[in-house]
Ligand binder design. Structure first.
Ligand code: FAD
Ligand code: DHB
Length: 340
């Protein structure tokens, strides 16, 4: 099979791109490893910017969105017991649109089908080939048969865990990463929303977001631990530090300290208290060691961006450290290991 643009992934980016290409007279084929039904069962985003709505309009697929979506002029930030409204429209002249990603995906899929666009679902082992040569093509298996899609370009629209990212040669890839130590638990409920607009809540027990899909259907998210389940991360899979503070192995050991006491408690007393608290207990010590490893690393290494000022700061910090009993004691306390 041959096309101009092979699109891997039938999420919002793949479907939007496919539709806009088709309208520009550029032939394209979408390949997705999941089934159409599976994609339509995924409940994800719900908030569209005006620019996104504009793109959907350009696709010619915005009629249901305009009929059913909710338009909001503001959001609230809730903290300290009250709601503080941010009037987005007064501040920017713009509004936001609440329309479920599931609905948007359905609209784009239906539109593509009606326009005769070609999509292959349940395509296994999708793999871009020869992407830096002159005969790019994508191979995949469909219905047990290996197929080849020749193309001019490949668009990797297959999400964070897709195959496309992995195909970029390491020399061409720069990854900037921040891993957050929590997840979101999402709840879709057939109850009227808590408020007319979205509420982002900051609370000592964690973040919460009250959003919606319609005047009858609410969507809630609450911050939850990544370890809510039966998988415990111990040592490097949970946290990785530069070696300067000599903390990697020692943090792995302190994780074991907390986990073993949690598991003993579970088997001896049937109590999940230690298991539920494992992450918080282990991480409270881990973060202090991350800070220490970071400070030792910053103090002792040459960084290309440091410049003369940065080097002076390092030298002053070192001189202060060795000349001050209090500063030496702080280093020593961390170096020998904070108490469990
Ligand atoms: P995806 O939607 O992930 O689509 C990728 C597609 O590629 C999938 O269909 C997948 O099956 C397919 N695929 C993956 N691997 C392969 C492979 N190897 N071979 C073939 N196909 C493959 N964003 C917002 O802008 N606003 C929000 O309000 C918002 N809320 C969110 C709430 C939640 C709970 C979550 C989880 C996400 C939210 N997001 C939000 C993020 C948003 O859902 C994603 O950024 C968006 O889905 C990205 O679209 P995409 O098309 O790039 O990728
Ligand atoms: C929704 C999700 C978000 O992450 C967000 O910031 C706003 C709305 C939603 O699912 O409606």
């Amino acid at each position: 099979m041959r096309t101009q643009v092979a699109i891997i992934g039938s999420g919002p980016s793949g479907l939007l791109l496919g539709q806009l290409l088709s309208r520009a007279g550029i032939d394209n084929v979408i390949l997705d490893r999941a089934s159409r039904a599976h994609i339509l069962e995924r409940v994800r985003a719900g908030l569209l910017e005006e620019g996104t709505v504009g793109l959907i309009e350009q696709c010619g697929g915005a009629s249901r969105l305009h009929a059913e979506a909710l338009t909001h002029d503001g959001i609230s930030l809730a903290f300290d017991g009250s709601n503080h409204r941010i009037d987005l429209h007064a501040l920017t002249g713009k509004r936001v649109t609440v329309y479920g990603q599931t609905e948007l995906t359905r609209d784009l899929m239906d539109h593509r089908q009606a326009a005769g666009g070609q999509s292959v679902y349940e395509a296994a082992d999708v793999l871009p080939n020869d992407i830096d040569g002159d005969r790019p093509h994508v191979t995949y298996r469909s219905g047990g048969v290996t197929a080849r899609l020749d193309c001019d370009f490949v668009a990797g629209c297959d999400g964070f865990h897709g195959v496309s990212r992995a195909c970029v040669p390491p020399s061409a890839l720069t990854t900037y990463e921040r891993v957050y130590p929590f997840g979101w638990l999402g709840i879709l409920a057939d109850v009227p929303p808590a408020d007319r607009e979205l509420i982002y809540a900051y609370h000592p027990r964690g973040f919460a977001l009250c959003t919606m899909r319609s005047p009858q259907r609410s969507r809630y998210y609450i911050q939850c631990g990544l370890d809510d389940g039966s998988l415990f991360l111990v040592g490097d899979p949970a946290h990785i530090v530069p070696p300067t503070g000599a903390k990697g192995l020692n943090l792995a050991a302190s994780d074991v300290h907390y986990l073993i006491s949690a598991l003993r408690e579970f088997y001896a007393e049937g109590s999940r208290a230690g298991i539920d608290a494992y992450s918080a207990r282990a991480l409270s010590r881990v973060w202090k060691a991350v800070r220490f490893s970071w400070s030792m690393t910053l103090m002792l290494h040459q960084f290309p961006e440091n410049g003369a000022f940065g080097r002076r700061m390092q030298e002053a910090e070192l001189a202060y450290l060795v000349g001050s009993r209090a500063a030496s004691a702080a280093l020593a306390e961390n170096y020998v290991g904070l108490p469990y």
